[in-house]
Structures are given as structure tokens and as C-alpha cells.
Design a protein around this ligand. Structure first.
Ligand code: FES
Length: 157
């Protein structure tokens, strides 16, 4: 069966569209809705969004591949996204990423074999004053140290 939104997602889609003067302007929130609905944005999901948004598929692809918060592959239950942009990098983001890699035994872009954790590096999450920082699913964790990260990972288990 072809991929399509559930009745609840269709309702939210209509609500999102009603907030924008032009349909195309709603692309990002609709992609977020698609990610929530389908788990990640597969090629099929991208084609579906392009169809309902009446936008060429290539343009939707260009948006999905530009934003690191849009996932084209399945992610683990806890999606750890470490900011790698300059302000966080200057505060030790690389050290934090290395610590997580060693702790979980995965590289950036990988998911643990039990499907619990995915590690990603992302661009600025607008919390530059409290770097290094990371986002796990929808939550921010700021002013990170290795000790703090160890505690956060322990609490997630
Ligand atoms: S540079 Fe990391 S949140 Fe802005």
C-alpha cells in the first residue's frame, strides 16, 4: 500500500497549511509532520510530501538534505544530536562527540545495534551561549562536560 498520512496527520496538515499564505511556505512544518508520522523521510515519504505539497520532488529533496534535523534514515529511540558549529566547537563539542562515540561504541551517523541510540552531528541549534550542547529527541542539554554526558546517558538507559 502506498504511503499516506493517517486521518490525524491529514487534519494537522490542513491546520499547518491554514497558517501560511502560500502552500509552498509550509514545506518545513509539513516535512516535520511527515518525519513524525513515518519515523523518517524515506524516498517514498519525500515523494508523498512533494505530491501533497504540489512541489517538484527534487526541491523537496534539496530541503531534506539541507537540514540536519530531517532524517532520511531511521534513527534510534534516543537521537543524540551534538552541535558542531563554531561556538560549540570552540567550547569542546568534538570532545563531547568523542566521549559519546566511545561510550556507545558507535560512530557519527550510526545507530546502536539495539536500536536505542543514534549519534548525529548537527549545525547550530540556537543555544550558542551554553555550548557545548546537544539535543536528544526534543530536549536540549547544555554546558556539557563528559561527566554530565555520562549522567545523561545513564538516565536514558
Ligand atoms: S553553535 Fe552550538 S548552538 Fe549555536
Amino acid at each position: 500500500m502506498a504511503l499516506e498520512f493517517s486521518a490525524a496527520a491529514r487534519k494537522r496538515f490542513a491546520e499547518i497549511l491554514s497558517r501560511y499564505p502560500k502552500k509552498e511556505a509550509a514545506l518545513l512544518p509539513v516535512l516535520y509532520l511527515g518525519q513524525e508520522e513515518f519515523g523518517y523521510l524515506s524516498g517514498e515519504a519525500i515523494e508523498y510530501v512533494a505530491k501533497i505539497m504540489e512541489i517538484p520532488t527534487a526541491r523537496v529533496y534539496s530541503v531534506v538534505t539541507f537540514y540536519t534535523m530531517l532524517n532520511m534514515k531511521p534513527v534510534g529511540r534516543h537521537h543524540i544530536q551534538v552541535c558542531r558549529t563554531l561556538p560549540c566547537a570552540l567550547c569542546g563539542a568534538e570532545r563531547i562527540t568523542a566521549f559519546i562515540k566511545a561510550n556507545l561504541g558507535i560512530d557519527v551517523g550510526q545507530t546502536t545495534s539495539d536500536g536505542k541510540y543514534t549519534l548525529s552531528e548537527v549545525e547550530c541549534l540556537a543555544s550558542c551561549g551554553t555550548g557545548p550542547m546537544m539535543q536528544i529527541n526534543d530536549d536540549y542539554y547544555e554546558s556539557l562536560t563528559e561527566e554530565k554526558v555520562a549522567e545523561i546517558l545513564r538516565a536514558l538507559k
